[in-house]
Design a protein around this ligand. Structure first.
Ligand code: SF4
Ligand code: SF4
Length: 299
């Protein structure tokens, strides 16, 4: 019983000191280290020329770092930002499609600071095979972007998935992705990792009934928090990328979706849809494109 209580206290403390997991943790800062360029799927809302970090924010470019440069950037930022509490890898591609760079970076950070939370954001395709490695380097916070449980719906959101050395398309790609996401979510929760699920709300595609089923399923597989986030598209520029012609949801659509999903899953409503190289507190972001931060990276 004592062990159970201590695990719960630890879990609570990890939630209360991560600004994305708790609104009350806004005094703490996070840094995203952009070390993961490749991706193993093609979301129709992503343009690879830009960062998306699984958090769907297109339109900004970051300088890619090697693991050594990333650890150095962390050190430099931590020196002048003692409130830095979270180190995340969120892109610009999928961190688990770049496992060597992701794990080397997390390990390097953990070796010089055992107090920061290590955080990873993924589409989940490679997750089941990587859960042990993530837990092994001390990752306690994980975000999986899961947009639908239905392969038919998902096939409208993704063009392809590169899985088991094969490029899958359509329903086949969607089925493989969903199966891996579900497996990975359960394994990660069982490993004691606090899992947040992001769902990109695409009006006319994954809103409506499927959201309720999704919330129920992720709840039963141990997810802690659900972040229904709006599609960021750019209809003015036509079909620049897959779903660009679909306008993102308005405030009412987003609130309605969160209400449906909120019946089963606690909703995150303060997500800033950050860049893959975001630095600072959630309400006062700085980007690593700034000269000051770039000059902090030794080459
Ligand atoms: Fe882009 Fe992320 Fe989707 Fe990969 S998982 S295609 S990087 S949004
Ligand atoms: Fe947190 Fe959302 Fe920013 Fe990720 S994108 S660091 S969940 S606020």
């Amino acid at each position: 019983l004592a062990r159970k209580h201590s695990e719960m206290r630890m879990k609570d403390q990890r939630v209360q000191t991560h600004p994305c997991y708790s609104k009350d943790a806004h005094k703490y800062a996070r840094i995203h280290l952009p070390v993961a360029p490749a991706c193993n799927i093609q979301c129709n809302y992503c343009n690879r020329k830009f960062d998306c970090s699984n958090e769907t924010r297109p339109g900004v470019v970051s300088k890619l770092l090697s693991p050594a440069e990333a650890v150095h950037r962390f050190q430099a930022v931590k020196k002048r930002m003692p409130e830095l509490k979270v180190v995340g890898i969120a892109g610009p591609g999928d961190p688990l499609a770049n496992p060597n760079a992701t794990l080397a970076t997390l390990k390097g950070v953990a070796e010089i600071d055992d107090d920061v939370h290590l955080c990873v954001s993924t589409n989940g395709l490679n997750l089941p095979e990587q859960v042990d490695a993530l837990a092994g380097v001390g990752v306690h916070h994980l975000t999986i972007t899961i947009n639908s449980l239905s392969a038919k719906t998902a096939s409208e959101l993704y063009s392809w998935a590169y899985f088991n050395n094969q490029r899958l398309r359509g329903i086949e790609a969607a089925e493989a992705l969903i199966e891996q996401q579900m497996k990975g979510l359960k394994l990660a929760s069982e490993a004691g990792i606090l899992v947040k699920v992001n769902t990109v709300l695409v009006p006319g595609i994954n809103d409506g009934e499927s959201l309720s089923a999704l919330a129920k399923e992720i709840q039963s597989r141990g997810a802690l928090l659900h972040n229904v986030m709006p599609l960021i598209s750019d209809p003015a520029h036509g079909t620049f990328f897959g779903l660009n012609h679909i306008p993102g949801p308005d405030k009412e659509q987003l609130e309605a979706a969160r209400k449906v999903a909120g019946m089963d899953m606690q909703q995150m409503t303060h997500c800033q849809q950050c860049r893959a190289d975001a630095v600072g507190k959630l309400d006062s972001d700085q980007s690593c494109a700034s000269k000051e931060l770039d000059s902090s990276v030794a080459t």
